[in-house]
Design a protein around this ligand. Structure first.
Ligand SMILES: C[S@@+](CC[C@H](N)C(=O)[O-])C[C@H]1O[C@@H](n2cnc3c(N)ncnc32)[C@H](O)[C@@H]1O
Length: 622
């Protein structure tokens, strides 16, 4: 499972041919000339090499890209190698580069010009083939990060700055692609999916189908139904475990306006600054978030500004877009397992999931971790503070959207949220997982439904009648696909999500006896569906970013549903898991003749326009 697929594969299509090594002006010239094209592999005595990044994480994807580009230049890097920048390349120096390609993280990749040895420079917000001026940052494994200072020669085929709708674009870590046409964004995302299967699986090219064009989001701005901006407490008020922390000498601002309370310190409420470590960028509006969330953000900001003196540590705000429904609040159904029914292991796993630890997409709008992962923390008075105003109460507003329903901005994690998807209404607590782009959920779930229906076409077999919905959340796929199935069984580790799934049946007048939802780890589902006929069962699996674990995949393979639709917000862990399924069945003697799974399609869905993220749907049929 943990094996890494490293770059033996051909250069992916995302690669732009290496620019000719023209003579370039270095500004300033390296102090002493770097050794001629020899890789400088001396390690800093003092530097502690960090542990390798988690499989499929942002840093791991960047590691793969860097190692691949260095390998193309004749330098094979293992994780422990290449942590020192080439001689003469210093932090803070400005240098001109030509961008070679775009990495799957959305950052540009360039190589240092001659006469430097091969070394990658990773610069956000630059496009392939552009000539850029950058300021060199810290060296890391095989590369240095850099800040884009100027685009000297833009790639006008790709870049059009008049498309940018956000005043913070280029500083905020949230969006990478606002300067691109939407078609180009979709095309880049398709390449990310292709590269993931090339480099994060060891599958032979012959078994990977051509990745289909990415399905776009109907809304490309104002689509995001949840954001979690964060802020720090004033330095001289911060405490840890009830004890005062010595404030840093002077905390520098980045020039944003804010509440200048303590020397140079300013309150900044927003998202992480790109390349700014843990620096918060003050954000007054977020154009990828829905209108009502932006109304809520204004009120939330004002509340925090008025009460900041009560905070002894930073906090994360929760802002979610909910339709207003006149209905009794969520109720836990008898059939859902109650907390006291869970084993200690399940309870711990459930608690982690509830806290957002296991929920791959519960994070901030910019995909960087919020300061506090548990959104409940935001309303708790920080230890030592006398009183605190809760962040804004639900922000009712007259804003109405196309379906003429009123929306509110929910800010309390315990509030019951409502979202409408097609003909169905979903309720769930604001702290629980729900997909963040409502506009694309009908196309996504329709696609999954059709993929299952198509699995049996031409085989003279009956359409699957039973559905296993693993990592089901509050029942999105179960309900949206329900008209096609006789029996549906869903599982999720989150108690709240399962309670919501059960409640959502009642909310939509669906027959309860058709569905079973249970709380537990995903692999538990198989013992409860042993009566499902495997040849007539479809499995939809939609795990968090880290992907599936081996016990789940093992049991999935043993259960042998007719069709598996793997939906993932992290195509890299998806590629690894699909590799595991196909390789394991091969080792166990499965062939096309005796019912081996094959990948019939892979396609990206754009749940996150303007960003480099992509949702991937892989369909496997036996
Ligand atoms: C990406 S979400 C998908 C939810 C749902 N399919 C939807 O689209 O709304 C992943 C879900 O997996 C759940 N989860 C995380 N780890 C799990 C585990 N080990 N077993 C079962 N569910 C898990 C989370 O609680 C979350 O609801």
């Amino acid at each position: 499972m943990s094996k890494r697929a490293l770059s033996g594969s051909p250069t992916p299509q995302a690669t732009v041919p290496s620019p000719k090594r023209a003579k370039v002006e270095l500004a300033p010239q390296p102090v002493s000339g770097p050794s001629k094209r020899a890789f400088h592999n001396k390690q800093h005595k003092k530097r502690k090499i960090p542990a390798p990044p988690d499989f499929g994480s942002h840093d791991d994807v960047l590691r793969m890209e860097v190692e691949r580009v260095m390998a193309e230049e004749g330098v094979q890097l293992s994780w422990n190698e290449g942590w020192d920048a080439p001689e003469g390349l210093q932090e803070g120096m400005e240098i001109e580069l030509t961008v070679k390609e775009l990495s799957s993280t959305g950052d540009s990749i360039s190589l240092l010009p001659n006469p430097y040895p091969p070394w990658v420079i990773v610069t956000p917000f630059a496009m392939p083939q552009e000539r850029i001026l950058v300021r060199i940052g810290r060296p890391a494994h095989g590369h240095s990060g850099a800040t884009l200072l100027k685009v000297i020669e833009p790639n006008n085929d790709l870049r059009d700055m008049s498309r940018v709708k956000c005043q913070y674009f280029g500083k905020c870590a949230g969006c990478q692609y606002q300067m691109l046409s939407y078609d180009t964004q979709l095309d880049f995302k398709r390449r990310v999916v292709m590269k993931a299967y090339q480099h994060f699986s060891n599958l032979p090219e012959s078994v990977i189908p051509t990745v289909l064009p990415t399905i776009g989001s109907p809304l490309q701005y104002a689509y995001r139904t949840k954001i979690t901006p964060h802020f720090d407490a004033p330095p001289d008020q911060r405490t840890r475990r009830g004890k005062k922390i010595k404030p840093p000498p002077v905390e520098k601002t980045n020039g944003n306006t804010g509440l200048g309370l303590h020397g140079d310190w300013e309150l900044r409420i927003g998202f992480d600054q790109k390349g700014g470590g843990r620096n918060v960028l003050d954000i007054e509006e977020c154009p990828i978030a829905t209108d009502i969330i932006n109304v809520g953000l204004k009120i939330a900001r004002k509340t925090v500004q008025d009460t900041i003196q009560n905070y002894t540590r930073g906090a994360t705000l929760l802002l979610r877009d909910s339709v207003v429904i006149d209905t009794p609040s969520s109720r836990v159904d008898d059939k859902a397992r109650k907390p006291e029914d869970l084993s200690p292991k399940e309870t711990e796993a459930a608690a982690l999931a509830e806290a957002g630890v296991d929920d791959g997409r519960g994070g901030t709008v910019n995909a960087s971790a919020p300061r506090l992962s548990h959104v409940d923390k935001q309303t708790e008075p920080a230890a030592g503070s006398a009183s605190i105003s809760a962040p804004p109460i639900e922000t009712k507003s007259a804003i109405r959207i196309t379906n003429a329903e009123e929306h509110i901005c929910v800010t309390s994690p315990n509030t019951t949220m409502h979202e409408r998807v097609g003909p169905y209404l979903f309720s769930f607590p604001a702290s629980a997982f729900f997909q963040n782009n409502n506009s694309v959920l009908v196309p996504l779930t329709d696609y999954v439904k059709e993929a299952i229906e198509n699995a049996t076409i031409g085989q003279g077999q009956q359409h699957p009648t039973h559905l296993v919905d693993a990592y089901c959340g509050s029942g999105l796929f179960s309900l949206m696909l329900s008209s096609s199935f006789e029996k549906i069984s869903g599982i999720d580790i989150s108690l709240h999500s399962i309670a919501s799934a059960v409640h959502n049946l009642q909310l939509n007048n669906l027959p309860k006896d058709k569905f079973v939802f249970q709380t537990g780890t995903a692999s538990d589902i198989f013992s409860s569906v042993s009566h499902f006929p495997s040849t007539q069962t479809a499995a939809v699996i939609d795990p968090p970013r880290k992907g599936c674990d081996e016990p789940f995949l093992r049991q999935l393979l043993d259960f042998r549903p007719k069709v598996i639709v793997y939906v993932s917000c992290n195509v890299h862990t998806q590629a690894r898991d699909v590799d595991w399924l196909l390789k394991t069945q091969e080792q166990e003697g499965r062939t096309d003749d005796n019912g081996a799974y094959r990948i019939v399609s892979i396609r990206g869905f754009d749940l996150f326009p303007q960003t480099s993220h992509v949702e991937s749907v892989a369909v496997l049929v036996r």
